[in-house]
Design a protein around this ligand. Structure first.
Ligand code: C5P
Length: 227
């Protein structure tokens, strides 16, 4: 069994303004396990935005890499050099690509003298209904066989993925909604406690926190619900 994180919440900083992200990061840093920099913020602020968020807290770069192994190896090295705690690739990129991500991450972290980040795989996006796609459990198992540290998996699939991959594998679950919150475009949503009971290690929550008048209050409410 891997030790479960003390602060299992990852807040998605899905904003297009780096100053707004920086402000949110400074308010949330001590309350959360990690802050997530995804496509929206990355394409607004680039690696400098990642570095600014790294100065506040542990960062998960939701990079969702999916390309030929050589390109993914080099991109992974560049992500790891930024001193992030975790980043991801698409499991659908295949085993050779996932192994290349690990090699690149190690090379980048070593060259910058920073710790090696966790490298995890995206299985199936939680806004998709799952039809006509490879099963999340089989994709997760492939990620594990490739040496990755965990996967991003929807709430509906956590139980199957945990059963397929065992305890020593980090499961990061988006599509989480505190009771009464709007589900937005997420098809499969779970309440925080349900997700942890099903086997989630980290919960990813974006809009219900960052769009709230009191983001810290929402975070504390979620953590209270988990105790
Ligand atoms: O605002 P909300 O809580 O729906 O945000 C969920 C976050 O998790 C978004 O940043 C989205 O990109 C990310 N994500 C997801 N489903 C995945 C992988 C990542 O919703 N399978």
């Amino acid at each position: 069994m891997i030790p479960r994180p003390d602060l299992p919440l990852i807040v998605a900083l899905d904003v297009s303004d780096v100053e707004v992200a920086d402000e949110l990061a400074s308010r949330l840093a001590l309350e959360v396990g990690m802050l997530k920099v995804g496509l929206e913020l990355f394409w607004a602020g680039g690696p400098e935005a990642v570095q600014r968020i790294v100065s506040h807290a542990s960062v998960f770069v939701d990079s969702k890499l999916h390309d030929i192994p050589n390109t993914v190896e080099r991109a992974s090295a560049n992500i790891a050099r930024l001193g992030v705690a975790m980043f991801n690739v698409h499991a659908l990129g295949g085993e050779a690509m996932m192994r290349a991500a690990l090699e690149g991450a190690k090379r980048g972290a070593d060259s910058a003298g920073v710790p090696m980040p966790l490298v995890i795989a995206v299985t199936v996006l939680s806004s998709q209904s799952g039809e006509d796609l490879a099963s999340p459990a089989s994709l997760a198992f492939e990620a594990k066989t490739s040496g990755l540290d965990g996967v991003v998996v929807s709430g509906a699939d956590v139980k199957d993925v945990r059963a397929a991959c065992g305890d020593a594998f980090c499961l990061v679950v988006p599509g989480i909604r505190p009771k009464g919150a709007n589900g937005h475009d997420q098809i499969r949503v779970l309440h925080p406690r349900e997700a942890v009971e099903l086997g989630a290690d980290y919960l990813v929550v974006g809009r219900p926190i960052i769009d709230a008048a009191d983001p810290v209050g929402v975070v504390r409410g979620i953590l209270r619900d988990l105790r």
